[in-house]
Design a protein around this ligand. Structure first.
Ligand code: M6R
Length: 369
């Protein structure tokens, strides 16, 4: 039931803090991650894997991309993220040292299921991240890490996405613990950051109210671009997908570094560009690079909407609008930056008088290939 909300999507966005909190619940002991779900696989399997392949579709694949950044950084295992339907039909190389991680909210997505079956038959171990108990994909897998987002009804995935990222981060920290690639102290630091995310999302939910006005102003907009770098890149893709499916607007997400390799030619006066800005405290100084990307597009007349850390003074002179997010470690910023984009997709759909929960031509679970 919608329980007073205007749509299931509105309700589900409001549940994003709980989706993260409940997915962490019971999986942290003494500040470290303990995933009993991995027990059937045995620690030696985790110790011996030489590659991880993530298979998923749509929003779940973007969660997978964030998982790649985190798992590679923490567990030092190479991770490839593949769209399940592309992976399945190109004769991929799998061995008994490959761990396949599938991600699916419904657990019934046929493209992902076919990839899981194929991986199992090829001798790889399969761990699934799934939000639906007893669904087909978990039943075909060697182990399951359930996300506890609660049932998701709206076609556009929101709370399941943040729960999937949470589960992947827990998996990354678990594997890092088993393989000894991260000290207990660093694992604890990251766990604490993750545990702090729900309260920060709640903060973003409050400060993002202004997005409604933005959406109203943009009902006639034909095209919107999204730029992000590093963990901001999957968020740019997610923001664009939400606009396509919810508001039927042409939208593209780009890696900000790719701008000058082509996409900057799209920038003309009035083009709306959302930019996900890394923290000015980013250890790789990506902040500076993204700010200079903003300057480049601004000089060509783009209308810049920046999602940036609270108090980031460097973006202010160049952005038409700044949506502030609380301070967080770099892997945790995307869980905050995605919230305004979920709200924006929903508000734009509503402002255009469209069906927020059931966009045209789409089904909640895609059970055909
Ligand atoms: O149930 P799944 O997580 O397997 O679904 C995957 C995609 O179909 C899904 O995320 C889709 O992209 C959403 N409608 C995006 O909001």
């Amino acid at each position: 039931e919608k329980g007073g909300w205007s749509s299931f999507m509105a309700k589900e966005i409001s549940e994003e803090p709980d989706a993260v909190a409940n997915t962490i619940l019971g999986r942290v002991q003494d500040g470290l991650v303990r995933l009993t779900e991995f027990e059937p696989l045995g620690d030696d399997v985790i110790a011996n894997i030489d590659r991880i392949v993530v298979v998923a579709c749509g929003t779940a694949a973007y969660a997978g991309m964030l998982g790649k950044y985190a798992i590679e950084a923490w567990a030092r295992v190479p991770v490839d993220v593949e769209l399940a339907h592309e992976f399945r039909y190109r004769n991929p190389i799998l061995t008994d040292r490959t761990l396949v991680i599938s991600i699916s909210q419904s657990g019934e997505t046929m493209d992902t299921l076919m990839a899981v079956k194929f991986a199992s038959e090829s001798g790889a171990k399969v761990v699934s991240v799934c939000n639906t108990h007893g669904a087909t994909i978990p039943r075909e897998s060697d182990a399951v890490v359930y996300t506890h987002a609660g049932p998701e009804v709206a076609v556009a995935s929101t709370k399941a996405f943040v729960a999937q990222v949470t589960a992947l981060y827990l998996i990354g920290l678990h594997i890092a613990g088993v393989r000894g690639t991260l000290s207990d102290e660093l694992i604890r630091e990251n766990v604490a950051e993750l545990q702090a995310v729900p309260a920060k999302i709640s903060e973003v939910l409050v400060t993002s109210q202004s997005i409604k006005q933005l959406a109203h102003w943009m009902t006639d907009t034909q095209s919107v671009l999204f730029l992000g770098r590093h963990v901001g890149y999957p968020i740019a893709l997610e923001g664009a997908l939400k606009l396509k499916e919810l508001a039927y607007i042409h939208a593209e997400g780009f890696a900000a570094g790719e701008l000058k390799h082509g996409p900057i030619a799209l920038i003309e006066p009035g083009q709306v560009v959302f930019v996900i800005v890394p923290s000015p405290r980013d250890p790789n100084s990506l902040h500076k690079k993204v700010v200079s990307n903003i300057q480049e597009i601004r000089a060509r007349g783009a209308r810049v909407i920046a999602i940036a850390e609270k108090g980031d003074a460097a973006v202010l002179p160049f952005a038409d609008e700044v949506i502030p997010i609380p301070l967080a470690g770099s892997f945790f910023e995307p869980l905050l930056a995605v919230i305004p984009l979920h709200i924006f997709g929903m508000e734009l759909s509503a402002a255009k008088g469209l069906d927020v929960d059931q966009p045209r031509n789409l089904a909640k679970s895609v059970t055909v290939e």
